[in-house]
Design a protein around this ligand. Structure first.
Ligand code: SF4
Ligand code: ZN
Ligand code: ZN
Length: 315
């Protein structure tokens, strides 16, 4: 299989674009695509200091490399963020993830900020699994969002970017339809302005790039990343979520570009009308413990409530 742009051997076939590309042309193609998506959705208009959340996996490390290139062109500043969640389960997952995040920060020479959840808040995500009834990914998500807001405030960041890819987004869209979760769907967009008393814009710059394309880019460009998945992934996502993801991949094989159209049409044509109908302006007040925003009817924010449960049970 020859590259569609030169005589070299192609390394990847992109069926929905009807082209095969060699390593050099694929790298160029993906970087252009990334920039076009950033441009089309005006992702960084008004952003000066952007935090890049890096877990150490392929998506977030690739995002860091792409953001680093873009920052040099556009003249904004980036700060890498890594949160050590305390996930071990006999596999040292968080320690290994930290190692890969650090490797990337150092190889690119970007400034970075680390948070160790155990040192800062006194508990680990593994402990939450055994001590809190709520699904572990929901506690983990809460801790990540809270830490991220805290870092953003300390570092004066106006924007935080995360590595959600097209397959993740397609799964969110389909799961939202499947469960009728219109509130979540109405907030599912690639650029989320500061809401509910928070000051940071959240952006998903990889939301139109396939997982396979990101993986290929990472390998071709020698980006170091952790191959292991979080040991909690499969227990928590549940069989239904796994099946939705697999079915989407099967649909993609049968109808090239299926996920891209699903997510792009949702974003460009469906999300906004949903937001108009379903998004409420939530009144917020200040958490009595940490002073961060909480919903009007709660004196203590969900993070502080979770932290209290975890630290008091362990005494
Ligand atoms: Fe956290 Fe769940 Fe992701 Fe593991 S799979 S890092 S527990 S959100
Ligand atoms: Zn080529
Ligand atoms: Zn609080």
């Amino acid at each position: 299989m020859k590259c569609g742009k030169c005589d070299d051997e192609a390394v990847i076939k992109i069926p929905y674009a009807n082209i095969s590309l060699c390593a050099r042309h694929f790298t160029e193609w993906l970087e252009n695509r990334f920039e076009r998506v950033v441009e089309k959705y005006k992702m960084f208009d008004g952003s000066d200091r952007i935090g890049v959340a890096v877990s150490g996996g392929k998506d977030s490390t690739t995002l860091l490399h792409l953001m680093n290139k873009l920052a040099q062109k556009r003249g904004f500043e980036i700060v890498g963020i890594h949160i050590h969640l305390g996930i071990d389960m006999g596999k040292g997952y968080s320690d290994k993830s930290l190692e890969f995040a650090l490797k990337n920060f150092q190889m690119l020479g970007v400034k970075y900020k680390l948070i160790n959840v155990k040192e800062k808040y006194g508990f680990t995500i593994d402990e939450a699994k055994f001590k809190i009834r709520r699904p572990i990914c929901s506690t983990c998500g809460l801790v990540k969002r809270y830490s991220m807001e805290e870092i953003a405030e300390e570092e004066g960041l106006d924007t935080v970017v995360t590595g959600h890819n097209l397959n993740d987004m397609a799964q969110f869209v389909l799961s939202g339809y499947f469960s009728g979760d219109v509130n979540n769907l109405s907030r599912l967009k690639p650029v989320l302005p500061p809401t509910r008393g928070y000051k940071v814009k959240k952006v998903k710059p990889l939301f139109l790039i396939y997982e396979k394309e990101i993986l290929t880019y990472a390998i071709l460009n020698n980006i170091p990343f952790i191959y292991d998945s979080c040991p909690h992934t499969f227990r928590v996502g549940g069989a239904t979520q796994d099946k939705i993801r697999r079915k989407l991949e099967e649909m993609e094989d049968e109808i090239p570009g299926f996920m891209l159209l699903l997510v792009q049409n949702f974003t460009d044509k469906i999300q906004e009308p949903l937001e108009v109908i379903y998004s409420k302006v939530e009144e917020v007040s200040k958490c009595k413990i940490c002073g961060r925003p909480t919903t009007k009817d709660r004196e203590i924010c969900s993070f502080c409530a979770t932290k209290m449960k975890l630290t008091s049970v362990s005494r």
